[in-house]
Design a protein around this ligand. Structure first.
Ligand SMILES: *Cc1c(COP(=O)(O)O)cnc(C)c1O
Length: 358
């Protein structure tokens, strides 16, 4: 977009395409250059001495660790799309979780954490009422830090729902192709300083090639998510109809307990859900998972491919008891043709029945 002060109210899809670019400053090239830089030279001593504190100021090229125009392009795009004040890129989703907690908490502080936060099979967004949590937290002077990875900045505008700090494993949908490790922390204005300072003090940053992949992923995020949701809904509905399945945990299904909240607060669903099977021995679940042709067995998700893994929430929950009729598998639905995915799952469930009956 032209760098003048004409008023603009472009919608999110337009911003996904046009923000974080400055072709005029780079020989007309559409995308920002990938700066491989540690040292940043100053013209003279005065410039060297006047370089501003990177913990406080955004967008100042000072040293590789605090970011280059490659970094700033992705940070600007993420913050604008989710409706936050500013964003900071770090090396992984996990670093994006630990850094703001360290920045916001002091010794002796209490932290309330949802019981499902670290369970890989579940995302806490679909069962927790975020505006209600934010209201209670703010009334007691607490801050709300949310892992928004499942919905991405595109599908849940967390700052409109009272969130102070939003965390993303950009490794997932933002990267979108299973080839980067990347994290992002987006904050409101009040939380920016403690969070950004802690990230600087910890020395977190990400490599320029990973950042440009993150930026590239953002350009197609909304198109990919639309297809992930369409495919996931089709496969989830089919799974619901199967006698081997007890229930499908996907808030975009009207039968899901989280449906009303999801419908009220989210702009769409992504491609990750849980499937509770009817009670069968572990060997039958393993045979099902291993018989699949199109679903890789693997952690992480958000790439273009489908994945599956058995999941054991009962091993990680401490405040609540995980109760389900049978074993849980976590499925990520990729961009394949959903009819092929359904056919593959059908032969897999046949295998599950055979092994369970043996
Ligand atoms: C994967 C994941 C993380 C961790 O991200 P990494 O980039 O793998 O460190 C954090 N939160 C959620 C919800 C995730 O799915």
């Amino acid at each position: 977009m032209k760098d003048d002060d004409r008023p603009r109210n472009y919608r999110k899809d337009t911003l996904l395409t046009h923000l974080g670019r400055n072709p005029e400053a780079q020989h007309g090239a559409i995308n920002p250059p990938v700066y491989h830089a540690s040292t940043i030279l100053s013209k003279n001593v005065a410039e060297w001495e006047n370089r501003r504190d990177p913990r406080v100021h955004f967008g100042v090229v000072r040293y590789g660790l605090s970011g280059t125009p490659t970094t700033f392009a992705l940070e600007e795009l993420l913050a604008k799309i989710e409706g936050g004040y500013r964003a900071a890129i770090v090396c992984s989703g996990l670093a994006a979780i630990t850094a703001p907690l360290q920045g916001l908490l002091s010794q002796g502080d209490n932290i309330l954490m949802v019981d499902s936060a670290y369970g890989p099979a579940r995302n806490f967004c679909n069962r927790e009422d975020v505006p209600a949590i934010a209201a209670v937290a703010h009334s007691r002077g607490a801050k709300v830090v949310m892992d928004n990875t499942w919905a991405t900045p595109y599908l849940f505008r967390s700052f409109e729902h009272g969130v102070d700090v939003s965390i993303h494993a950009a490794t997932k949908y933002i990267g979108g192709h299973s080839d980067v490790m990347l994290g992002a922390v987006i904050t409101n204005e009040e939380s920016w300083l403690p969070v950004r300072s802690m990230i600087a003090d910890l020395g977190h940053c990400a490599g320029p090639d990973d950042i440009i992949f993150g930026l590239r992923g953002m350009r197609t995020l909304s198109v990919r998510l639309e297809r992930h949701q369409k495919n996931a809904t089709e496969v989830a509905r089919w799974l619901q109809s199967r006698p081997e399945v007890s229930r499908v945990l996907y808030p975009a299904l009207p039968e899901d307990p989280g449906y009303a909240l999801w419908k009220r607060d989210f702009l769409g669903a992504s491609g990750l859900f849980g499937v509770v099977l009817k009670a069968v021995p572990k060997a039958a679940v393993d045979a099902f998972v291993e018989s699949l042709d199109l679903f890789g067995i693997g952690a992480s998700w958000g790439g273009y491919e489908s994945l599956i893994q058995p999941s054991y929430p009962e091993r990680s929950r401490t405040a609540t008891r995980w109760q389900a009729e049978g074993p849980l598998v976590r499925i990520h639905i990729g961009l394949e043709d959903p009819q092929d995915l359904i056919a593959d799952l059908a032969q897999g469930l046949d295998r599950l029945r055979t092994v369970a009956a043996a």
